[in-house]
Design a protein around this ligand. Structure first.
Ligand SMILES: Nc1ncnc2c1ncn2[C@@H]1O[C@H](COP(=O)(O)OP(=O)(O)OP(=O)(O)O)[C@@H](O)[C@H]1O
Ligand SMILES: [Mg+2]
Length: 598
């Protein structure tokens, strides 16, 4: 093995003096080959990612929803396998120098140069970081061998934008007809003119109420179509003077062709479609940074990280979140503390009051009545990562070796972390190292929300709590632990679930009728007098297991009494067993453009 120079930053970057075939006298060749390994790994990842993404139009046209689900799963695994292959190749190229820090400093510079002109340099840099972190198991980040700084803007200003602008020359209906007709979904529209007219009516009405006299100047619509589950979305913005409104057109493929199902025109409604509780879109994009910038223009409150996540760039979304967190720590002074709400038996959950993210570490031991293991809990979080999140499961990011400044951690929290979660947390000088942690968006725990909400808001939340459970059942998820404290309310007032350690597939559960006691003794027994299997669930007891009492319980039962009977659950199980992919729409029924076919 050739010795690699300490000043590897001087690595020659042209292959003319040796290329991939090192001569014994070429000391730079292994490191240069190693750089190429990472470039190849990234290329391989992008190619596979796009190859899977590009199947979406045909899946949608064929109504192949199982195929779409399989693609979503396949795409989630593309990144890890590309990093694995790159690291294996690096081992071959670098041999004993795999962990040579100086080599990696040079490789970073060389790699940065090689990917600078790509349309996706920010993703490429994150990929390099993944490879370094895998090799070094870096705690915190090591800026010498990782790209920490924000990626340079990708795409030349002269490059064509990722959207098409159409001036509002004549009627809104003609404009929308053009938008629909120029976004081929793979199957013909059932009624292009009718859809365009209905969408245009909604737009013109809403413009009148929101903008008054201001007319529409133009519409910009992203060229890429956004596919997810059974939906396809056209995403754009409507401009008039200095005003701007989102334009999201939801399309569905019912058996007789494509139809526009809904049009969404507010920031909140667009944000709910792009929510952190939904799985990623499949949208084939050349320059991700430009699409993210466009999406940010219509949803300014969304973090850049969340927009990358919504496009399926999980690791880069995480990298953006890390940068956002570090930048936030620099401009804030508050301390991490235990998250408001009931303490978990499985997790220690903490937060920075000024930052709407929670950090969850697994406890070393679990309080009664939890019978679980660290591996099982991690497996449940992974299940959620890979499963359709239905608009009701909070997305989590998993981190290894995340370091936060000691002086920003309250003493009480530090004592709790070191005492109860020593397998996940360690103190290292002035840093608290989170060896393993999940982060997720902070929401208001439903139990706290109901304590303070006005009556009407409380009733709304309780009704949406039932809808959340039903949406989860529609994707074959049984939450397991249904207590109010395990659900939360988003800033859009939606009820979501975040406690995953008891989650399971609906089709694995055994929903039972409560047996009638046969004797006085059985009736009075505190313990069940009948056999209860590990997967047995008694829907009639769910009301009690939720912890809902008084008038709110009445409201819940009035709206969702069916949840308390086994028939509801059996019917959902049958639908899943029959292979049905059940609709869940990320918008309210009143946003639909027409009555849905039964
Ligand atoms: N995303 C979140 N936003 C706000 N608070 C949260 C979030 N996740 C968890 N919490 C808070 O932390 C507490 C414990 O979290 P979680 O329920 O996930 O842990 P757990 O140990 O699995 O709980 P349990 O003992 O119910 O199984 C919650 O009751 C809630 O108060
Ligand atoms: Mg909990």
């Amino acid at each position: 093995m050739t010795e690699i120079p300490r000043n590897a930053a001087a690595l020659p970057q042209t292959p003319s003096d040796g290329g991939n075939r090192p001569s014994p006298e070429d000391p730079h060749a292994p490191a240069r080959r190693a750089v190429q390994d990472v470039v190849d790994g990234f290329d391989d990842h992008r190619r596979r990612f796009r190859e899977v993404t590009r199947r979406a139009p045909a899946r949608h046209a064929d109504r192949d929803w199982h195929g779409m689900q399989a693609d979503a799963l396949e795409r989630l695994e593309v990144y890890e396998s590309a990093v694995n292959r790159a690291v294996t190749a690096l081992g071959r190229s670098l041999g004993d120098h795999l962990r040579c820090h100086a080599c990696w400093i040079g490789m970073k510079t060389a790699y940065g140069g090689l990917v600078a002109d790509r349309p996706d340099p920010e993703l490429a840099r994150t990929f390099f970081n993944s490879a370094t972190r895998r090799v070094f198991a870096t705690v915190g980040i090591d800026p010498q061998i990782e790209f920490g700084e924000p990626a340079p803007a990708s795409g030349e200003p002269a490059d064509p934008p990722p959207y098409t602008t159409r001036p509002h020359g004549g009627s809104t209906a003609a404009l929308i007809r053009d938008v629909l007709a120029t976004h081929p979904i793979g199957a013909p529209y059932r009624s292009l003119d009718g859809d365009a007219r209905r969408i245009a009516e909604r737009i013109d009405d809403y413009r009148g109420s929101a903008w008054g006299d201001q007319p529409i100047d133009a519409v910009d619509v992203l060229d890429a179509v956004f596919y997810r589950n059974k939906g396809a979305y056209l995403v754009g913005r409507i401009r008039g003077g200095r005003r701007l409104m989102p334009l999201v057109i939801a399309l569905v493929n019912e058996a007789d062709g494509i139809a526009a199902d809904a049009v969404l025109l507010t920031v909140d409604e667009a944000s709910i479609v792009f929510s952190f509780t939904r799985s990623a879109f499949h949208a084939d994009i050349d320059v991700p940074a430009r699409v993210v910038r466009f999406l940010k223009s219509i949803m300014p409150a969304k973090r850049v990280a969340e927009l990358y996540l919504a496009l399926g760039y999980d690791k880069h979304g995480k990298a953006e979140l890390y940068r956002d967190l570090i930048a936030h720590l620099e401009r804030s002074a508050d301390a991490f503390e235990v998250a408001p709400g009931d303490r978990g038996l499985v997790m220690v959950v903490f937060t920075l009051p000024s930052y709407d993210v929670v950090f969850k570490v697994i406890r070393d031991a679990f309080g009664y009545p939890k019978i679980t293991s660290r591996e099982h809990v991690m497996g449940r979080y992974e299940l959620v990562f890979k499963h359709d999140r239905a608009g009701r499961l909070v997305d989590t990011q998993e981190w290894k070796h995340l370091a936060i400044p000691r002086h920003r951690v309250s003493d009480g929290l530090l004592a709790e972390l070191l005492g109860a979660a020593s397998q996940s947390v360690a103190l290292d000088g002035d840093r608290v190292v989170l060896k393993h942690v999940y982060t997720e968006r902070r929401v208001t725990p439903l139990n706290l929300h109901l304590r303070t909400a006005a009556e009407a808001a409380g009733c709304d939340a309780v009704r949406d709590f039932g809808v959340a459970i039903k949406d989860l059942t529609a994707t074959n998820i049984f939450p397991g632990d249904m207590l109010l404290k395990n659900f939360g309310v988003t800033r859009h007032g939606r009820v979501v679930f975040y406690d995953y350690d008891e989650i399971c597939l609906l089709t694995e559960c055994n929903f039972r009728e409560m047996p009638e006691p046969r004797t006085e003794e059985e009736a009075m027994s505190a313990e069940p007098w009948f056999y209860v299997g590990p997967h047995d669930i008694f829907p009639s007891e769910l009301g009690t297991f939720m912890g809902l009492y008084g008038p709110l319980r009445e409201v819940f039962i009035a709206a969702h009494g069916d949840l308390l009977h086994p028939e509801f659950w059996h019917r959902m199980q049958e639908r899943h067993a029959a292979g049905e992919v059940i609709d869940i729409f990320p918008y309210r029924p009143e946003r639909r453009l027409r009555a849905r076919a039964p």
